[in-house]
Design a protein around this ligand. Structure first.
Ligand SMILES: [Zn+2]
Ligand SMILES: [Zn+2]
Ligand SMILES: [Zn+2]
Length: 782
């Protein structure tokens, strides 16, 4: 007989991602296994359970709640309270209750998850009732965020609402011991969504997936409706098909993403280390950028000139069927024309893609939220997010300082994301893209409204970039009845990295990116900051130069070559050798004139534009179709450039000569305690001009430039850190997507005894800005 003292009853509250992930059946099974009585239910805070039985079993129960939780669950907190023993018998899953009717719902929505092993086994089992069913899913896998229309997370508020479960599916759904207990997207061939192949206006008859696979194998382009939008697919090894796809997508020359049928096939395309393979096979299933194998069997035009390939594995049952039926690697690129967002609505897709795709593999489960594939690369053995979207969103991030009032942060403009936050939780939205596009701006507005509803955030404070012309700033200003807070762009980069590591600073921030609005009204982008979450000081920056033609200089890197030649005192009467015959001499002279006079040429310290300039001086690219293209190619060149002597990049101090037209600090600005530290690459520019003229190989020049700049950035950081007695250096900004640069700077900082802090869950580019703004505002409200 158990003595009364050995028997306990506790109420257990579990918070985190615990609804819609099979948590209650897990609790049910655990209680049975441990011989405990009681009950479990969902409520607006998560999961609530009461268990009673032998004290050691109760203890084991509580310990295993977090440790053995189902795959999609994320347990943030388990709180226990003693209760009087009631000598209850049996254990039950009881109806959802509302413990506190005034409480705010906080049961989170999970990200979409790749098909689990159990569902895959059913998909390929001829005896299973879901054999080759492209929508097989269960509590441990399947669509979530992309199908959710509202809260609570319930089938009626998803895009599955129109499908009524058949008896067999309903039995699974109602059985606490079934893998599909309360799996909202549960479906089968009898009752669920179906695929169709639309080919030349005709519907393919028997097996649409096999017919699509045959079309792909025959070299045709097929639009495939996926989880978060449409892809355009074709054989990756078919030069004719890939070239046709490029031509039909209009001047598009970004590398195409690939879907390898399995990890063995992926290994034949790219070199994979353990970290890369873990990312590739993880449940988020991002595109992993990895080093291309010399013998990779892909058409030349998949990723011309790129040293890396973007590879992912199938992540929906439909993809798995296509992979099995084609047994070859496919191009799987977002279905859009250049600069447009990914198509996700059926009528819109068939209209926009009619001139690109030969056939459409479609289905009748609507996509609620357009969600692009996420993109990750591994740098220094750790994942570095390039684009955070499908598979990761909408998982929450903690804020180091809780937000005293609910807030919205509107982010920047390119690679736009937004962020809503309340208390200690922040939810960063899916990658939206360039807001200058009408459709992306609409997605931005809809996405914010959707997140405010899903996570019950009614913003009282709205954070925005200081740039007055960003459409995200315009959106913030339009919001009525809220307090507006402007956050400087590079401070937001610094704060985002500190905050996601749970830190508050102060730290040195080396923020290298394309552009951001500075507090002096000039275009910043190569910044050395000293700051914490609340504020910052500009401790130094890259040597400032003119940005001739503003945004046009982004698309035409030869303009930056011209401006840097002038800064370096080089002759600019005619384009340098590498640009002769590429740039019209008359236009060249006009731009040189703009730089000399400052007409339509604001000052900039942009690091991204410096890379553009060097790329252009090397003759890699005079014009680009997307921001950072020349810089990416310069990085690619540097990989094959060996370890030559770094070019000299000076680290100086003091004010920039006023002859450059650098605007003086506003009168009311406090005098800085220290002269700014200047990173001055003018000698490197002079050296590059001589080397290009002497016929030195571009990879060697690119490698020496990367090495010289990395060494100078680290030296400048060390100088600022020593002055202020700091030991931590944040490395962020879009330029740090450059693996060669990031690894070199981090290594130099390590040698100098400094700790380098790098973004991990959010991108270093402007996709991280919104969260940084949220962290700054939360801290300022404290
Ligand atoms: Zn599953
Ligand atoms: Zn069914
Ligand atoms: Zn930025």
């Amino acid at each position: 007989m158990v003595p009364p003292a050995a028997c306990r009853r506790v109420a257990v509250r579990v918070e985190g991602i615990v609804q819609g992930v099979g948590f209650r059946p897990f609790v049910f099974r655990l209680a049975h296994e441990l011989g405990l009585a009681g009950w479990v239910r969902n409520d607006e805070h998560g999961v609530l359970a009461e268990v009673e039985g032998p004290a050691d079993a109760v203890e084991a129960f509580v310990a295993r709640l977090g440790a053995d939780a189902p795959p999609l669950a994320e347990v943030d907190r388990v709180v226990c309270r003693e209760r009087a023993v009631r000598e209850e018998t049996g254990f039950a899953i009881v109806a959802s209750g509302v413990a506190d009717p005034a409480g705010v719902p906080s049961a989170p929505i999970t990200a979409d998850s790749t098909t689990c092993a159990d569902c895959l086994a059913e998909l390929f089992d001829p005896a299973d009732r879901r054999y080759r069913y492209p929508f097989v899913n269960c509590t441990n896998c399947g669509p979530r965020f992309t199908i959710v229309r509202g809260v609570p997370y319930d089938r009626a508020l998803t895009t599955m609402a129109a499908f009524t479960m058949c008896d067999a599916c309903q039995v699974e759904y109602d059985d606490p011991l079934d893998r599909r207990f309360h799996a909202q997207p549960n479906a089968c061939p009898v009752c669920g969504p179906a695929v169709a192949l639309v080919d030349g206006g005709e519907l393919a008859a028997s097996d649409p997936v096999r017919a699509a696979a045959d079309a792909l194998l025959a070299g045709r382009i097929v639009a495939v409706k996926g989880l978060g939008g449409y892809h355009l697919a074709c054989r990756a090894d078919d030069e004719g098909a890939v070239t046709a796809l490029r031509a039909r997508k209009h001047r598009e020359d970004r590398p195409f993403a690939l879907m390898a049928p399995d990890v063995v096939a992926a290994r034949a395309l790219v070199e994979l280390d353990a970290a890369e393979e873990a990312l590739l096979t993880g449940r988020e299933r991002p595109i992993v950028l990895a080093r291309r194998r010399p013998d990779a069997a892909v058409a030349r035009s998949v990723a011309p000139g790129a040293p890396d390939l973007g590879v992912m594995l199938p992540y929906t049952p439909l993809h798995h069927l296509l992979a099995a039926d084609t047994a070859t690697t496919l191009v799987m690129t977002s279905a859009n024309l250049s600069d447009e967002p990914i198509a996700f609505r059926d009528d819109d897709a068939s209209r926009r893609l009619a001139a690109i795709a030969d056939a459409f593999l479609v289905h009748d489960r609507p996509i609620e939220t357009r969600t692009d594939d996420s993109v990750v690369r591994v740098v220094g053995g750790r994942p570095l997010m390039m684009r955070r979207s499908r598979g990761f969103v909408p998982a929450s991030l903690a804020l180091p300082v809780p937000a005293a009032r609910p807030l919205l942060a509107c982010g920047a403009e390119l690679k736009s994301t937004f962020c809503v936050a309340r208390g200690e939780r922040a939810w960063v939205g899916h990658h939206i893209g360039d807001l200058k596009n009408f459709e992306t701006l609409a997605s931005f507005r809809e996405g914010i409204a959707h997140f405010e509803e899903l996570f019950a955030v009614v913003p009282e404070v709205v954070a925005h970039d200081l740039h007055p012309n960003y459409l995200s700033t315009a959106y913030a200003v339009e919001r009525e009845g809220v307090e507006l807070v402007g956050v400087q762009h590079h401070h937001a980069h610094l704060a985002a990295c500190l905050a996601e590591h749970g830190e508050g600073g102060p730290a040195v921030g080396a923020i290298l990116d394309g552009s951001g609005y500075g507090t002096d009204g000039t275009v910043w982008g190569g910044e050395l900051l000293v700051g914490d979450l609340a504020g910052f000081e500009r401790a130094g920056h890259l040597w400032p130069v003119r940005l001739p033609g503003g945004d046009r200089a982004v698309r035409e890197p030869w303009r930056m070559a011209c401006t840097w030649l002038i800064a370096a005192g080089e002759d600019v009467t005619a384009p340098p050798a590498a640009l002769a015959g590429v740039v019209d001499p008359a236009r060249w002279r006009t731009v040189a004139q703009m730089v000399a006079t400052g007409t339509a040429a604001p000052m900039t310290t942009s690091a991204g534009r410096l890379f553009d300039a060097v790329g252009a001086l090397c003759g890699l690219r005079a014009e680009v179709t997307h921001e950072g293209q020349a810089a990416i190619e310069l990085e690619a060149a540097a990989l094959g450039g060996g370890a030559g002597e770094p070019y000299r990049v000076d680290v100086g101090e003091g004010e920039v000569p006023s002859a450059l037209g650098h605007p003086p600090a506003p009168d009311d600005a406090p005098a800085p305690d220290y002269a700014p530290v200047l990173i001055d690459p003018r000698e490197a520019i002079r050296h590059i001009v001589r080397d290009v003229a002497a016929g030195v190989a571009v990879p060697a020049i690119a490698a020496r430039f990367h090495a010289g700049l990395a060494e100078a950035v680290a030296r400048a950081c060390a100088r600022v850190a020593a002055r202020r007695g700091l030991e931590t250096v944040v490395l962020s900004g879009g330029v740090f997507q450059n693996r060669v640069l990031l690894e070199a700077v981090a290594a130099h900082l390590g040698d100098a005894g400094l700790r380098a802090l790098v973004p991990k869950r959010l991108p270093p580019n402007d996709g991280g800005i919104a969260y940084g703004q949220a962290a700054v505002v939360a801290r300022r409200m404290e």
